[in-house]
Design a protein around this ligand. Structure first.
Ligand SMILES: [Zn+2]
Length: 374
C-alpha cells in the first residue's frame, strides 16, 4: 500500500480523459507502428507503457462510440473512486487509470490496454453493493496489469500479416492492431486462463484494500440467476458448468488465501447508483456488424483468427446467453455468421464523449477512510 500510495503523490486520475484529436491520435499511433515493423519484431513485440496507453485510447474510443457514455459526472466520480482505490493497490499504480461508464443495458465490462476500464450501466444496475463493484473492477484492472489486453495483438493474424509489409503501409497495420485489440476485447473475450487469473488476482486486490472478497462471486451468481429464464425460453443448454467451475474457483481462492476483509458498503453504493436492471429478454439489441464503425471493422477480421475451442469468457461471457461454445455451434449450424448476444449486442447510447472527472490521491484517501477501507 505504501508503494502504491507513493506513486499517487501529486498525481491524479483523469476520468474519461478526452482523447487526443483524431489527427494527433493517428500520428501517435504511427509511432506504435515503429515497434511493429517486422514479423520477427511482432513475435517479440515489446510495447512501452506509452504505446500501450495510446493503443488503449484508440480502442477505448471505439468502445465509447459503440456503446455511448453515461453523461453523469457523479456516477463517473464514484466509479473512479472505487476503481482508483483498487488501481493504487495494483501492480501498475502509475498508469493513468480511466474508468468509463457505458450507456447500455447490456451487462458487460471491458478492459482496454493502458488502464482504460469500461463498465456498463446495465452492470451497475445489477450490482448491489460496493464490494461487488470492487470485484468487477478488480477483475478488469488485472486484465490490464497482467497485459492480457496487449497479448491480443500478438495473437492477431491480421496484425501478423501486416508485419511483413513495409513501413509505408504501417498506418494500415496500426489500424489493424486497434481493430484486432477491439475485436479480442469486445467480440471474443479473453481465454479461460486469463479469466481465472483476473478472478483470482482481482478478488485479492479487492480484499487487500478492505472489500469483502465474495463480491465478485455474488455478482456473478446474480447474473447467472438473472439469465436462467431466458435460457429456458431460448431452448439453449440448461446448465453452464463453466460458470459453476468459475464460482467454485473463486470460493476456493478466498479460503486458500484466507481472505477475510468484510466491507460491502451497500448503502454507499445505493447513494450513488440508482439504476434498475433490465431483464435480459427486454434488452434492445443491434445486429452484429451494423453497430457503426466498430461492428463493421470487427467483421473485417480474418475468420481463422477466431479460436475454435475457446469459449468467450468475461464478466458475462461464461453464461448461457453470453454465446459460449455450444451457442456458437448452434448459430453456425443455422447459417448465421454471428449470434445475437443480448449483452454484447445491446443497443448503446448516442453520446461517445468522455465525462472528465478529476480524482486526486487525497480524494481516494478520504473515500477509503469514510468506507472503513484499508
Ligand atoms: Zn475478464
Amino acid at each position: 500500500m505504501m508503494r502504491a500510495t507513493a506513486c499517487f503523490v501529486g498525481g491524479w486520475l483523469l476520468l474519461g480523459a478526452a482523447g487526443p484529436a483524431r489527427g494527433d491520435q493517428l500520428d501517435q499511433l504511427g509511432r506504435i507502428a515503429g515497434a511493429v515493423k517486422t514479423a520477427k519484431d511482432l513475435r517479440e513485440l515489446h510495447v512501452t507503457d506509452e504505446e500501450e496507453q495510446k493503443l488503449g485510447a484508440a480502442v477505448s474510443e471505439r468502445i465509447r462510440t459503440r456503446y455511448g457514455v453515461v453523461q453523469d459526472a457523479a456516477v463517473h466520480r464514484y466509479v473512479a473512486l472505487v476503481g482508483g482505490a483498487l488501481a493504487q493497490a495494483s501492480t501498475r499504480p502509475a498508469l493513468p487509470w480511466t474508468f468509463i461508464v457505458l450507456d447500455t443495458d447490456g451487462v458487460n465490462a471491458f478492459a482496454a490496454p493502458g488502464g482504460f476500464v469500461h463498465i456498463t450501466r446495465g452492470t451497475l444496475a445489477l450490482i448491489q453493493d460496493e464490494a461487488e463493484l470492487a470485484g468487477v473492477l478488480g477483475h478488469e484492472i488485472v486484465h490490464v496489469t497482467e497485459k492480457h489486453t496487449i497479448r491480443s495483438i500478438q495473437k492477431s493474424k491480421s496484425v501478423q500479416m501486416g508485419a511483413s509489409e513495409t513501413l509505408s503501409s504501417s498506418f494500415g497495420l496500426l489500424e489493424r492492431a486497434v481493430t484486432a485489440t477491439y475485436d479480442n476485447i469486445v467480440e471474443k473475450g479473453f481465454g479461460r486462463g486469463e479469466e481465472n487469473e483476473s478472478d483470482e488476482k482481482g478478488i485479492e486486490l479487492a480484499n487487500r484494500i478492505g472489500y469483502a472478497p465474495a463480491g465478485l462471486g455474488g455478482f456473478l451468481t446474480r447474473l447467472k440467476d438473472r439469465n436462467k429464464g431466458s435460457q429456458e425460453k431460448r431452448g439453449l443448454f440448461a446448465s453452464h458448468p463453466e460458470m459453476d467451475a468459475r464460482l467454485d474457483n473463486i470460493k476456493k481462492e478466498i479460503a486458500a488465501k484466507k481472505m477475510a476483509s468484510t466491507a460491502t458498503l451497500a448503502d454507499r453504493y445505493r447513494k450513488f447508483i440508482t439504476y434498475t436492471p433490465t431483464p435480459i429478454t427486454e434488452i434492445a439489441t443491434v445486429a452484429a456488424g451494423s453497430a457503426g464503425l466498430t461492428g463493421g471493422e470487427a467483421k473485417a477480421e480474418p475468420k481463422e483468427e477466431a479460436p475454435k475451442k475457446k469459449s468467450r469468457f468475461g464478466i458475462s461471457r461464461m453464461l448461457p446467453t453470453g454465446g459460449g461454445e455450444k451457442q456458437q455451434a448452434q448459430v453456425t449450424g443455422s447459417g448465421s455468421a454471428r449470434g445475437v448476444d443480448p449483452e454484447k449486442d445491446a443497443r448503446g447510447g448516442g453520446n461517445p464523449n468522455p465525462v472528465p472527472v478529476k480524482v486526486a490521491a487525497a480524494d481516494i484517501a478520504a473515500f477509503k477512510q469514510e468506507g472503513g477501507l484499508k
